[in-house]
Design a protein around this ligand. Sequence first.
Ligand code: MSP
Length: 639
Amino acid sequence: MSSAKFYVTTPIYYVNDKPHIGHAYTTIVADILARYHRSLGDMTFFLTGTDEHGQKVQKAAEAHGITPQQQCDDTVVRFQELWRELEISNDKFIRTTDPAHKKVVQEIMQDLYDRDLIYKDEYKGFYCVPCERFFTNKDLDEKQCCPECGRETQEIIESNYFFRMSRYQDWLIEYIKSHPGFIQPDFRANETLGFLKKPLGDLCVSRPKSRLSWGIELPFDKDYVCYVWFDALINYISAAGYRRNDEMFKKWWPASCHLIGKDILTTHTVYWPTMLKAIGIEPPESILAHGWWLVGRSKMSKSVGNVVNPMDMVQKYGLDAFRYFLMAEMTMGQDASFTEEAFVTRYNSDLANDLGNLASRVIKITLRYGRGVIPAPGEFTEPENELNAAIENAITEMEKALKTMRINQGLEQIMNAVRAGNRYMEQTAPWNLAKEGKTARLNTVLYCAAEALRKISVLLHPVMPNKMTCLREALGIKNASEGHLDSLKKKANILSGLQMHDLDALFLRIKPEETEVKEQAPEKAKAEPPAEGLITIDEFFKTSLKTATVLAAEKIEGADKLLKLQIKVGSEKRQLVAGVAQFYTPEEIVGKNIVIVANLQPAKIRGIESQGMLLAAKDGKNLKLVTVDGDIPSGSSVG
Ligand code: MSP
């Protein structure tokens, strides 16, 4: 990594309710990125915290019959405790009720007001309480529901203060276009640019105290408080020393990455950059929007009663496995489905079978045939070269994944290296080498297997710090808890001569009866392997096929076979690159209800991200899209 500084943030969480796996996910992503960067020796600052003002918190306090401050103080502890349990390594925890933060918000407001970038006006609007957002008539449908969450809005006429956001519209469009990677994934940048096609209004940044008193008082009008989003976004700079500690601020700003969920894209990619422009500060280097965790196929919701409490999973299956699952299961940018069944399946295959098995084999065999001392290797042959290539590939891919913040992609390659490790053991069969007295060869195999395990443990350390420390301890490594990534680049042999210790199973296999859910007949699938060329029903169901509607299509310059499509899959928007340009014009394909492979790893085709693949039938000269017979909403599953 070239960058010597890494400043990562999570959204600051509302204190109207307790945390769930959605909150845990973002915070664990930030934690893992921060741990990787620290391990590379980069100066790292990881910020998280709570968003404590606004109507949501005031309403929650009213419902509980306590003061808003009490509501904040009671709930903030739940977040802080959860982060401790999840071993989150944040450097700072900001609360927007901190006096230091409030003062910075007031100074910024005063400065913008003095420069006429904030002005007073009468305003008619529609307010959505859950989203804390104002909308004008043109944003709403005929039922006047919130365009973000679909709930009813309240009509409000009042005098308020406005930030001259509209002034920065052209600048922002230009900035986004000229800074690829500023908003990630690319399709979210397109979404923001789409939003900016409509004229950008000024932003209402105050609330009269008569309606909402729980907020930061405006320094130039004591009858008003600051709009919660204006206050909240400023946390990213107030926590980094803005206006208080120039040296600190210079060190950390611009932030390397704001991690956010897809629902808070506009506030972060429109409000925030324009606010910073007006204040006179550079935008953050990147804003990365992830998808949502669904429970099965449904949205998590208190009223449905399907909210997943992260601690339930941690208590049942252990912290490291939970952190691993969240990272491996969600493709950055897209929604993911959480089920205990999916958890158990991934746990058993990646952790118990692949990684746990490799660790236990290498350690047990070395204890048995080498008295536990890691030997010095002899000459490397083809199997060693293959194993090393898989490990080197995992290192390179993890480095890339860090730069692009796609942890799941790095993990896939690490798991490929783990599987290469298991193949290596089978191929070289050290137990036979021992029987046949081929000691020199046995030594090479034991060393290479241990070295592969060490490198894998270092690569996985930020994701599973406890288990990987145990693993390195078992290899006999001193300071096992450190696991520095830069040790991967060193060629020196640091293992030979170390004394291994036995290790209890790193990840015990979970039996289906230990979960509330049934695993899908794994024993049967094992007992009766399918005939050659056939797949099992389980294998088929690994492919998620969904219906989707094509919203927009365009040709790709220099690629006469490809079309770039914007599609809708349920509430989600995605981008596909499809090889259909010789059979469909962009005009013909728009509006079609197609079928896509929805869980395909995103790929870049001609430098353009493609999130899935459409299905089509082809016979040499003809190509016809696969569609469904009749009306069914986009996002429906096919199979
Ligand atoms: N307070 C604002 C953020 C201000 S940042 C300056 C806020 N808070 S929140 O508590 O409602 O949401 C925090 C984050 O949780 C958002 O990024 C949101 O996307 C994320 N999630 C809420 N539910 C989620 C899932 N089901 N899955 C994944 N993340 C989701 O918005």
